[in-house]
Design a protein around this ligand. Sequence first.
Ligand code: F0G
Length: 468
Amino acid sequence: MPPSTSAAPGVRAASFRFRCIACGHVSDTASQNFRCSDCSDLLEITYPFSSNLGEKPVTPALADLKSAWKQRRLSAAPVDQSGVWRFRELLPKLETEQHAITLREGNTPLYEMPQCARITGVTDLLAKHQGMNPTGSFKDTGMTVAASFARQAGFRWVACASTGNTSASMAAYAARGSMRSLVLVPDGKISWSKLSQALDYGAVTCQLRTDFDGCLRLLQELVLRAPVYQLNSINPFRIEGQKTLALELLEQLDWQPPDHIIVPGGNLGNSSAIGKALLEMHELGLISRLPKLSVIQAEGANALVRTLREAGGKRLVSVQAETRATAIRIGNPASWKKAARVLEATGGACEEVSEVEIAQAKAEIGAEGIGCEPASAVTLAGLKKLVKQGFVKPDESVVLILTGNLLKDPDFTMQFHRGDLFQDTLGEAEVAGLQPLRRPPIVLDAKLDAILGVLAAAEKSDPVHLNG
Ligand code: F0G
């Protein structure tokens, strides 16, 4: 394995401590369930450069950081090629960095979205596609960090509850790190392609007769009874890895922050991670102002929306979750408090979108040649609402975070185009707006004339406008 590049002088991987998000208790170790030993709330990782330790922050030299991060792109070492470990000065320090379990995650593209820009009226619209990660979702950026710490701590087993993507990612990183993995998923409520990934990567996969929230509850009990390391986003190492999405985004934008970043919300680990990264970058002086971070949920899984609207963000309002965007079918989000705080700190909004709005937005993103899974499409659907409300202005810059690959949920896409996605749930009038976006497969006799006829009809009903 090639050695990693030596960092610039004074640039070191960060030492770290655990800090309770509620009572502020700081400790060097965390318990199996990653809860505060004093008050049971969630832990976060904190560094010598953070001001929340009550000590004078130690600030690294920014020019050194930026050039070390850039320089590593030219290195052949796995930790330097990783779009996560490349930013290791803002991540917890491994005993031996060559021991990082990496699939060269991160390094995801930032795409212009001209058609969606026209649809929303927001001209400066970009999408950061986390579905281009090795297992097809943003989970890989957190998993490389948390799985590496699991192995460093000597665990043989890792486990998670999942709506599909976490389990696919965990199973891959466990396999790469020679650990066994245990997956708890809700029976019948995750897509086959995500489930098949966990099987292929050798996980012991349990389909439980409950929902995601029930799976997560059982996992919390399990980790207290068995020597199993939990890899849900309650695990603060996951959050640290997922922070790099925002670091990489800002580097791609030459450290000029966009006005808005919009992200889907499920268990609320990702929004917490992006928010933590933005606040740390701001505190360090890597960016001069904070983008507004907004979270979008499905109407049927809108716990954070209701928590903010009905309880002023003071207590969680849980819901019985139901949505075809199965990745975010979560009613009792573990990281709600962290997410509520970063929304407040950045001045972001929290909105909900309907099933039809999600399906329409997914097809519109697909028509750009990008493609994403339904949960990711809530971002575009949410942006349309935020523009209507005047929260996002047409001349502001916006980045949508697409969290999962189109191929993660082919059933949804097929049903949409065939026209039976909402067959049992909605009436024809309610789905009429989706009709122009449908492109069902056409079964024909194997004759040239038949194909020419289809071509002519398609050109007539939907002419191609080059450069249009
Ligand atoms: N988008 C996708 C594609 C997801 O898989 C998830 C969560 C989210 C958005 C929401 O992110 O939970 O950090 O707010 N999927 C989890 C899983 C829960 O088990 O794969 P979040």
